[in-house]
Design a protein around this ligand. Structure first.
Ligand code: SF4
Length: 272
């Protein structure tokens, strides 16, 4: 793993109101993320930090995060709390700090509707806590079934095999799951293959396309130029002409998922 600056910080608050669809609140136990995904949409968070390192090269552990969860309140009961919007709550640093675990322990008496999204099988460590929520859903992100590609685009995440094993174990434990297929990377993400490999292991699917807003396009272009030069022009056609590419993908997904009788949602229309 390349050098990543790790800091321990005291956060002022840990539960934030959410403007994400379907979530009332979000909890991010870390600022920054050690997964270092190529396409990370959370890069914009850097401007809210004092870090000079590039996004993906720093992470702040909010070491007082668990203490900021109130002891007694009905404020969050049956409200959706999403973990996490701009980090992975089970990124590799969680092995050491256990912030997500300790936050979950504090949330149990408050009984929010809990939703967790991760690329790590470390979530299995906390199954006995997750089972103590009346409403709990765990999403496992899968962007590719090709582990060589996974190492290129999501270098510090669990292997695809481990994520699939996590789905199996979560299902065996009776925890509701979904597979988050996103971002769909044109010519790389075989979403149909991901569905066919996982459809017996999960309750539902969410599909999201690659959003190149902000600094993401620069990262994608650099990656394509270095390793997949033949596809750079194709990406430029998709994103910078009226190609209609995503409309067609959306129709394909709808048709396929309806045919397979799957429960699914498509998030293709990012706010400008
Ligand atoms: S897991 Fe999410 S927050 Fe972390 S680097 Fe990847 S895309 Fe960004």
């Amino acid at each position: 793993m390349s050098v990543i600056k790790i800091r321990e910080i005291e956060a002022k608050s840990i539960i934030s109101s959410s403007n994400l669809p379907g979530a009332d609140y979000v909890i991010n136990p870390y600022t920054g993320c050690m997964n270092s995904c190529l396409y990370c949409y959370a890069r914009f968070m850097k401007r809210f930090t004092e870090h000079t390192e590039p996004w993906g090269k720093f992470i702040d552990a909010k070491i007082n995060g668990p203490d900021l969860i109130p002891g007694k309140t009905s404020k969050y009961q049956d409200k959706k709390i999403f973990m996490s919007s701009v980090t992975d709550p089970y990124n590799p640093l969680e092995v050491k700090y256990k912030l997500t675990r300790r936050i979950l322990e504090k949330l149990i008496p408050l009984q929010p509707e809990l939703e967790i999204l991760t690329k790590s099988n470390l979530v299995l460590r906390d199954v006995e806590l997750l089972l103590q929520f009346k409403s709990c859903q765990v999403g496992i992100t899968i962007t590719t079934t090709d582990d060589t590609l996974r190492k290129e685009i999501e270098p510090y995440t669990s292997s695809i095999q481990k994520r699939i094993e996590a789905l199996v174990k979560l299902k065996e434990s009776g925890i509701e799951t979904y597979v988050f297929i996103g971002p769909i990377l044109p010519f790389f993400t075989d979403w149909k293959e991901i569905v066919l490999e996982t459809k017996k292991l999960t309750d539902s699917y969410i599909f999201e396309n690659l959003n190149i807003a902000g600094a993401v396009w620069g990262c994608i272009r650099k990656w394509l130029s270095g390793k997949h030069q033949d596809l750079l022009q194709e990406y430029e056609r998709i994103y910078f002409t009226k190609s209609g590419y995503w409309d067609n993908v959306e129709k394909d997904i709808e048709k396929f998922c309806r045919g397979q009788k799957l429960d699914f949602e498509i998030y293709f229309h990012h706010r400008k």
